[in-house]
Design a protein around this ligand. Structure first.
Ligand SMILES: C[S@@+](CC[C@H](N)C(=O)[O-])C[C@H]1O[C@@H](n2cnc3c(N)ncnc32)[C@H](O)[C@@H]1O
Length: 204
């Protein structure tokens, strides 16, 4: 599916490198700032743009059920083999529509979008935020990180102002409950001025 999915440019070609980098990081380190927003297990969690499956695997290990969405075949095939778990359902689907996920008729406690949002353009983000909000239970959370700084060669990426995302979320019934910015944990990216915004939204 990945050929015609907005935002996936460069991922199939560099899947092995991305998997290796991604699996070197730990869920606990990456998401410690919003750990308190994760519900007690078992909850139902949507991981969109699941990449190598690192986060889906960690969440399943905690006892959560995870729907892991990854449109790039090379990544999804790796994830579903390496992180095999009865608690993870791997889905070939994509933002902004999330058609397959919507057809599952599920209501999620949490939707995670780690390092995905900046791959969508303005109109895709409007549509995607509406879909995400509609997939959440009341009181559920969207947890996202957004990359700022130079765009890696071959990737489709946009500079997305945090305040625009906060406003868009509010327009979709999602209240911002956490916002922060940190330097990249990868030294080469940090040296190039890459920073990451962390945002968390609660559905009213
Ligand atoms: C930087 S990687 C992050 C992967 C993983 N979330 C992590 O933190 O390691 C971005 C991921 O978003 C996925 N992606 C890009 N565009 C997407 C879209 N339109 N819908 C869903 N996923 C998308 C890519 O295939 C890739 O797996």
């Amino acid at each position: 599916m990945s050929d015609d999915v907005a935002g996936t440019a460069g991922y199939a070609e560099n899947a092995a490198q991305m998997i290796e980098q991604s699996e070197r990081m730990s869920f606990a380190d990456l998401h410690s700032d919003v750990a308190s927003l994760l519900p007690e297990a078992p909850a139902l969690i949507l991981d969109v743009g699941a990449g190598s499956g690192r986060d889906a695997a960690a969440l399943a290990e905690m006892g959560h059920s995870v729907v892991a969405v990854e449109p790039v075949d090379e990544l999804r095939n790796f994830c579903s083999t390496r992180h095999r778990s009865s608690r993870i359902e791997w889905v070939d689907d994509s933002l902004p529509d999330l058609n397959v996920v919507r057809s599952m008729n599920l209501a999620f406690d949490v939707a995670m979008l780690t390092a995905v949002w900046m791959h969508l353009d303005t109109s895709e983000r409007v549509h995607a935020m509406r879909q995400l909000s509609s997939l959440l239970l009341c009181g559920g959370h969207v947890l996202m990180t957004i990359r700022h700084g130079p765009v890696p060669a071959g990737r489709r990426m946009f500079e997305v102002a945090d305040e625009d995302t906060v406003q868009l979320a509010a327009d979709c019934g999602l209240r911002c409950v956490y916002i922060d910015t940190t330097g990249s944990i990868q030294e080469s990216n940090r040296n190039q001025g890459v920073t990451w915004a962390r945002l968390a939204f609660r559905r009213n």
